[in-house]
Design a protein around this ligand. Structure first.
Ligand code: LLP
Length: 436
């Protein structure tokens, strides 16, 4: 199986050591499952790899945009990581979870004055500043409070990460950051160094998501370090921190490559140390912001099969009781997923179909060209694997469909609490709660 927390026993799919068909009976359908042990494992991989490769000053920040709810931040807090937050909602969620706010880094390419005030009032540690207007607004607010706000400047190193366009964010023409190539990165750095309310701690870049290889980090790191060295030479300012952005990709399909994160981080570290030495600068404290690779393979979605439609000579459809509202990634990006029947997990699969949702929209497709057992029928349990990242986080109430619950599994729980609800199922009342 794609990940070692998924097994098949007696024709039944197990996740994190628990029987998925029993979980759906207990919690209802559809539902998200998140394996707590797998999140902790993934956090430790980054923590250990980064500390070992870059030293004790290195820190991975969990990118909350991948999956943001209170229990998630509690686990991240316990694992000692920092967090990348992108909105007042994420800030509040981290705050509610008792997250050490000094370890949060506030992103976004357009922070409003209200966002800035909210973040300062909640003790956000660092602002990752996208542009000069934002820099001035932060300076104004910090000066009014008599503080010097820690900031990193988000720069675009001009790299095409060979990933799909929608998540390619490190290029010169990106909506994010200030480009090194155009001189805007230099200009904003000079501004930041002159403002009384700003403590410039360093620089940030993010080259893209679902990146499978270190090449892009090596190249981005080189460009960023050359910039650090240039600023040191010209302005006498030495960056304390360098944030390399999001983490590595994950395996959605059996055919996706396996990534050895520790080996990759070590390779990046070796290269950056050599680069820094050749530029005659010390290597800044390194940050990375993994989201997907912390939580994607810790997640799975379970649905119940409803309608099966065979259109002779054309196409087959299997409809489930969820869809683009709980997982918009196929509709948006044509993202591949592994799909199987949880209650008939070892049966031969020769029925090719599209798995679709129940929204009034033909684009509501979870996956096409899926092979399921030919006898698939109403009431079967359908599992979509690796849904921990950017599913709950991107879910919507389109068609006023209530959101799914998030059920955590933790087979090794010391207190025997092997499964529990982290986010409860929405009700029809919930979805009309704000209507006046
Ligand atoms: N840091 C920054 C500044 C980012 O923009 C992102 C992702 C991350 C960190 C986390 O990257 P990760 O480790 O998860 O690859 N909705 C899309 C993904 C968009 C990601 C955007 N930024 C999807 O469902 O694939």
């Amino acid at each position: 199986m794609i990940c070692n927390n998924i097994t098949i026993q007696n024709n039944t799919l197990y996740f994190g050591g628990l029987d998925t068909t029993a979980l759906i009976k207990k919690y209802g359908s559809p539902l998200y499952l998140i394996d707590e042990a797998r999140i902790r494992h993934n956090c430790r991989v980054y923590m250990q790899a980064m500390r070992q490769a870059f030293g004790e000053s290195a820190l991975p920040l969990y990118a909350g945009k991948a999956a943001c709810f209170k229990r998630m931040y509690e686990i991240i807090r316990e694992e000692g990581m920092g967090a990348d937050v992108v909105s007042v909602g994420e800030i509040y969620t981290a705050y509610r979870a008792g997250f050490p706010m000094e370890k949060t880094y506030f992103h976004s390419n357009n922070k409003t004055d209200e966002d800035i005030v909210y973040a300062m009032e909640h003790g956000v540690g660092a602002f990752v500043v996208d542009n000069v207007e934002e820099l001035y607004a932060i300076d104004r607010e910090a000066t009014a409070r008599g503080i010097k706000q820690k900031v990193l400047l988000r720069l675009t190193p001009g790299i095409d990460p060979h990933t799909y366009e929608a998540v390619a964010t490190g290029r010169v023409d990106s909506k994010f950051g200030s480009a090194i190539e155009t001189g805007q990165a230099y200009a904003i750095t000079r501004e930041a160094l002159q403002l009384g309310g700003i403590h410039l701690a360093g620089f940030h870049c993010h080259v893209g998501s679902q990146v499978f290889d270190s090449e892009v980090f090596l190249r981005a790191g080189e460009i960023m370090l050359a910039f650090v060295a240039e600023i040191y030479r010209k302005e006498g300012y030495l960056a304390e921190e360098l944030d390399l952005g999001g983490g590595y990709g994950v395996r959605y399909l059996e055919s996706d490559p396996y990534i050895d994160i520790a080996a990759n981080v070590a390779q990046v570290a070796d290269h950056l140390k050599l680069t820094a030495a050749s530029l005659n600068i010390p290597l800044p404290a390194i940050r990375m912001e993994p989201g997907r690779s912390i939580v994607a393979d810790a997640g799975m979605t379970l649905y119940t099969v409803g309608t099966i439609k065979r259109i002779p000579g054309y196409k087959n459809y299997v409809s489930v009781d969820g869809g683009m509202t709980d997982n918009p990634r196929y509709a948006l990006y044509r993202s591949p997923y592994t799909v199987l029947l949880a209650n008939r997990a070892s049966e031969p699969c020769d029925f090719v179909c599209s798995v679709v949702g129940r929204c009034c929209e033909s684009g509501d497709i979870l996956q096409e060209n899926v092979s399921l057992p030919a006898s698939v029928s109403r009431g079967d349990i359908l599992a979509v694997l690796t849904t921990g990242a950017y599913n709950y986080a991107m879910s919507s109430n389109y068609n006023r469909i209530p959101r799914l619950p998030v059920v955590m599994v933790n087979a090794a729980a010391a207190d025997g609490k092997t499964d529990y609800i982290a986010v409860r199922r929405e009700t029809p009342e919930d979805v009309s709660r704000n209507d006046l």
